[in-house]
Design a protein around this ligand. Structure first.
Ligand code: TRP
Ligand code: SF4
Length: 400
């Protein structure tokens, strides 16, 4: 019923590193060519954990945006914006909060986790408890069907689906819905109407999911329906409700997880990163000083790639023939570690080359980035306002 749409956000953490690129940005770049995408800087999310030190949020936002653009996120394909510039996100968060059970928020796995991990901070705040709800509003406000996220975020997407379902259940009741839906069925024409009714029964009584899919496909094809009738027919298929909010799905990033320089996950807090546009000499030096298999003390000692963090980088950056060369050369002490690292260095520098080029214009003229997010904010806001009109009406707040 609603067009396929992709929404994802990132907290402003400042300069991005290659872990962000391989874990998320590369996937965004791919998706922007396939579907309408909205990508935003989750600045309010940053405040849920950094409320005591907001001073870095703004500069981190600009740095991060330059890196998105450098990575190839393209403002002529995707809509880029800053969350707080679309205040409708806050309105929807507030309204969804009215009917969200506290238990749903307390049970989100990251909640207790993060409170323990970030023990030096007081996170027993309303804002921190509510951040998965704000995340739900971020997505539901665009009626997005897909949310590209890492697997740590899957429970958040599950909760979004529950929130959307609960909303439709509570507020999707429309006076005379049944009659209006049946009138809409008639408008399909007798052949299609008959098929629609059969498929609806097959789904509702016999639980046939493919009947639901088939019926949805048929509605997509039915040209002569008004938007509102189409919505009713979609809602009527699944029950006796209008679908105001859409249940989104997680689109798991099939990321080649990029390890850091020490073999652990690449992360700023481990100090093991290479930033997206890091200086060439610095990249070279960092890789050259990476630890290797500790058993290779001397050049003549054979090693085992499985025990070496450099090998993990080869798995991301090298083709089969180089990898074979590494395995043979390492196990037989035929190659030295510096020799082994060179193809990785070359591949990283090659990957970064276009990023440096794309970033240059934005560094030369930062007003370009301001203009991109101003334009993106306007576009996002229009979409958000459309949804909010329906949400307010459903919740008895239209005052017309
Ligand atoms: N919570 C996400 C994170 O910490 C960022 C985020 C905020 C997000 N809103 C979102 C991601 C909406 C996807 C969709 O990484
Ligand atoms: Fe690691 Fe390569 Fe040295 Fe083997 S040769 S230990 S894989 S850096």
């Amino acid at each position: 019923m609603y067009p396929d749409r992709v929404v994802s956000g990132m907290r402003p953490t400042g300069a991005m590193h290659l872990g962000h690129y391989h874990g998320a940005l590369k996937n965004w770049v791919k998706m922007q060519a396939e579907l309408p995408c909205l990508f935003f800087v989750a600045d309010w999310h940053a405040l849920t954990t950094h409320y005591d030190d907001p001073s870095i949020i703004e500069s981190s936002t600009w740095d991060m945006l330059v890196d998105w653009l450098a990575a190839g996120v393209d403002p002529s394909q995707a809509t880029l914006f800053i969350q707080s510039k679309v205040p409708e996100h806050a309105e929807l968060t507030l309204l969804l909060g009215m009917a969200t059970p506290l238990g749903w928020l307390e049970r989100v796995p990251t909640y207790k986790d993060q409170i323990e991990k970030l023990a030096h901070k007081d996170l027993t705040t309303y804002g921190f408890l509510g951040y998965p709800l704000m995340q739900a509003a971020d997505v539901l406000i665009y009626r997005a069907s897909l949310v590209p996220v890492g697997d740590d975020q899957v429970p958040h997407i599950e909760m979004m689906r529950e929130i959307a379902r609960r909303f439709n259940h509570l507020y999707g009741k429309e006076k005379g819905f049944e009659e209006k839906a049946q009138d809409a069925v008639k408008k399909l024409g007798s052949k299609r109407a008959k098929l629609y009714n059969e498929l609806r029964v097959a789904y509702q009584q016999d639980g046939k999911d493919d009947a639901l899919e088939q019926a949805k496909a048929m509605l997509d094809d039915a040209q002569n329906l008004s938007m509102i009738d189409r919505e009713r027919l979609f809602g009527y298929l699944e029950g006796s409700r209008k679908l105001i909010l859409v249940e989104p799905h997680a689109k798991l990033t099939v990321a080649s997880r990029l390890p850091g320089l020490d073999g652990q996950k690449m992360s700023k807090s481990y100090g093991n990163t290479i930033t997206l546009r890091e200086d060439k000499d610095s990249v070279t030096k960092k890789v050259r000083t990476m630890p290797t298999d500790p058993a290779r003390v001397r050049r003549t000692d054979p090693g085992d790639p499985e025990k070496c963090p450099v090998w993990q980088l080869h798995q991301v950056y090298s083709d089969d023939s180089i990898r074979e060369w590494v395995i043979k050369g390492c196990k037989s002490a035929g190659i030295g570690c510096l020799e082994c690292k060179q193809p990785v260095i070359d591949a990283i520098l090659k990957e970064q080359e276009p990023m440096r080029e794309r970033a240059q214009q934005y560094l030369d003229d930062p007003s370009l980035v301001r203009a991109i997010v101003a334009d993106g904010g306007d576009k996002a806001r229009k979409l958000a306002q459309e949804t909010m009109r329906d949400v307010r009406e459903a919740m008895g707040l239209s005052y017309s």
